[in-house]
Ligand binder design. Structure first.
Ligand code: ZN
Length: 119
């Protein structure tokens, strides 16, 4: 198990949650109406942070202690979107990428490779 934190982890969770898992059970509105938001430690809810940490969502080597919907950032989603589009179109990465973008695409690329190899 790799230990990843911060921005990298947010991006990896975005990849696995957004692209490769069933999101139907993770709609925050449904959580609220079903009273699951505390149990699932939804990040939108300040009280949820006071409950004992436990794994709420996991896939392969990633696991998080909060609801994945609230964990994934808009920035991660934007990178993921661009990654998916370029993948689909078999486009290469642009010549000039900022350091943060380059890092993000490398992370997504390696997650993608692992997925393709391990099924
Ligand atoms: Zn939530």
């Amino acid at each position: 198990v790799r230990l990843v934190r911060g921005r990298t982890k947010k991006l990896i969770v975005a990849f696995h949650f957004q692209l490769l898992s069933n999101q139907a059970g993770w709609r925050c509105e449904h959580c609220r109406t079903a009273g699951l938001e505390i149990k699932r430690r939804c990040g939108w809810l300040s009280q949820a942070g006071n409950t004992a940490a436990r794994v709420v969502w996991a896939r392969k080597h990633v696991s998080i202690n909060t609801c994945p919907k609230s964990f994934v950032t808009a920035q991660s989603l934007a990178w993921l979107e661009e990654f998916a589009v370029r993948r689909r179109l078999w486009q290469r990465w642009p010549e000039e990428l900022g350091a943060r973008e380059a890092e993000a695409f490398l992370i997504l690329e390696s997650e993608w490779e692992a997925e393709v190899q391990n099924g």
